[in-house]
Ligand binder design. Structure first.
Ligand SMILES: O=C(O)CCC(=O)C(=O)O
Ligand SMILES: [Fe+2]
Length: 318
């Protein structure tokens, strides 16, 4: 982005201090928005600042405390017209003390969800980050059939190009991938309906399935599935469907060794098991995103790993 388009936003120490108190006190975006609009920020800028405070209250406070002590008063520097999702604090600390309610939260009393092929069972449910392990999402035969259907179309996977939009090859994601559109075959249509039934997220909000194969050494390094709206290429993805709200990663085989889905901020590791699926939800009704959902696909150390991932959006995805 050209330097001329970047805009330094100044928050007075007084306003920054007030905002910090509001956000750490649990105030939703709607509650702080009018005051910040009166300060001359537009709504997208307010969202960016709000998310910055939410994701790292201590870092934000340290920033405006320095400013109060006579150091540079720039609290945030951001490209004009961009919104952002929280930026992970460099030291990995998270605002775990704040309550967080993703829109796609699985109810605490969910046990067995009746589906066309039998029952999908909830094996565990973590409150925050919100992670649920489902068993028996696919039968063994269905897993094999999906691999057979998508396998011949595998290509090297990409990541979101943060500057230009679209996708690009990156060493952080070394799997191979086939995009399988909704309803692509009778099997996929059955799976589509099942995913909507167990997650409660309408199929229309689902992105295409991504069937992936990781060979020995392949991995997906720690990342967020939601878009970082401070990066122009990522924000561009919002136009169709809005922010991502949740992900379902279905394991299509048993991996000999390695390949766990890990959540390093809460020391959680989920071992791949054929037919099971790990679900995580990270965006709330105000479009705030949860940095606790930081996760990875650990390197496969023996054998291979096959998964099908569905990312879900706030609105209809076309
Ligand atoms: O490979 C895994 O276990 C995680 C995959 C993942 O993070 C994703 O598809 O977004
Ligand atoms: Fe992911």
């Amino acid at each position: 982005m050209a330097e001329g388009k970047a805009m330094a936003m100044q928050l007075s120490v007084q306003v920054a201090s007030w905002l910090h108190a509001q956000v750490t006190g649990g105030a939703p975006l709607d509650q702080v928005l009018p005051a910040l609009l009166r300060q001359g920020f537009d709504e997208l800028q307010v969202r960016r600042i709000y998310n910055a405070v939410l994701s790292d209250p201590d870092g934000f406070k340290a920033g405006f405390s320095r400013a109060a002590a006579g150091q540079p008063a720039v609290a945030h520097r951001l490209p004009q017209g961009q919104v952002t999702a929280p930026v992970a604090p460099a030291d990995g600390t998270v605002p775990a003390q704040l309550p967080f309610h993703p829109v796609a939260m699985i109810p605490a009393d969910a046990r067995t969800i009746a589906c066309d092929h039998g029952g999908v069972h909830v094996a565990f449910r973590l409150q925050r980050p919100h992670v649920v392990l489902f068993e028996n999402v696919l039968t063994g035969e269905e897993c094999d059939a999906l691999v057979a259907e998508a396998g011949p179309r595998l290509q090297r996977a990409g990541v979101v190009d943060s500057e230009r939009g679209g996708s690009r090859i990156d060493e952080r994601r070394t799997s191979e991938l086939a995009v399988v559109r909704r309803g692509a075959s009778p099997l996929v249509a059955r799976l589509d309906a099942r995913i909507a039934a167990i997650t409660g997220v309408p199929l229309a909000q689902g992105e295409p399935l991504q069937v992936m194969r990781y060979g020995v050494g392949a991995e997906y390094q720690p990342h967020y599935d939601y878009f970082d709206l401070g990066r122009p290429g990522q924000a561009a993805h919002l136009r169709n469907g809005g922010q991502r709200i949740a992900s379902l990663v279905i394991y299509l085989n048993d991996v000999e060794a390695g390949g766990e889905t890990t959540f390093p901020r809460c020391a959680l590791s989920v071992g791949p098991r054929k037919g099971s699926a790990v679900f995580f939800a990270y965006t709330d009704a105000q479009s705030r995103t949860d940095p606790m959902s930081f996760h990875a696909g650990a390197p496969v150390t023996r054998g291979e790993k096959w998964i099908a991932t569905r990312w879900m959006r706030e609105r209809e995805f076309t």
